[in-house]
Ligand binder design. Structure first.
Ligand code: IMP
Ligand code: MG
Length: 186
């Protein structure tokens, strides 16, 4: 036990450099995004699409901040296989089960880094002719872009940090942290 009564985990102490966005800050931005979506799509067929695994927590909170009826769908796209290095290739390993042609689609993504993942996902979904398509990302690292891609809404813009928590991983770990933190390698 450390001062303040909180248990300090040795691994977390070593790898979590500092908290960048607290639970409260994230909650506030998601509430704004939820309001924006609810106003924009009121009375329209809305499908929120989340890219797994990273966006699962963002999606869970975003869909509950949306106050109009909507459906949810999940896709799995992988561009990072391990650790902090991008493979450069994007594979869709799980696709949506819905026909999206009758929906306004809002993609909820965890982070845009090189832009490759979303460029590939958006291209694939546009071919299916949704009524409209927009992208909301929790985090955006514009300085890392290798393909020209811009989200319609970015909740937080960050410099070139590798971050974990709130769904984001490093080697599949740390997704369960309730905040977003800068990761420190050994
Ligand atoms: P992109 O295709 O390079 O834009 O990468 C998008 C994916 O890379 C995200 O969905 C994340 O899974 C992963 N990624 C990029 N930057 C980070 C980071 O700082 N922390 C954890 N995962 C990241
Ligand atoms: Mg990842």
């Amino acid at each position: 036990m450390a001062a303040g009564g909180k248990t300090v985990d040795k691994e977390l102490e070593k790898h979590i450099n500092r908290v960048i966005f607290t639970e409260a800050e994230i909650k506030e931005r998601i509430a704004e995004a939820g309001r924006m979506i609810s106003e924009k799509y009121a009375g329209k067929p809305l499908l929120l699409v989340s890219i797994l695994n990273g966006a699962f927590i963002f999606m869970a909170d975003l869909c509950r901040a949306v106050t109009i009826p909507c459906e949810v769908g999940f896709m799995c796209a992988r561009s990072y296989y391990d650790g902090t290095v991008s493979s450069g290739e994007v594979t869709i390993t799980k696709d949506l089960s819905q026909d999206i042609s009758g929906y306004h689609v809002v993609i909820a993504e965890d982070i845009i880094d090189t832009g490759r993942t979303l460029a590939a996902v958006v291209e694939k979904l546009r071919e299916r002719r949704p009524l409209s398509l927009e992208v909301i990302t929790l985090l955006d690292k514009p300085s890392r872009r290798v393909v020209d891609f811009k989200a319609d809404m970015s909740l937080f813009t960050i410099p070139d940090y590798f971050v974990v928590g709130y769904g984001l991983d490093c080697g599949e770990k740390y997704r369960n942290l309730p905040y977003i933190a800068e990761y420190r390698a050994d």
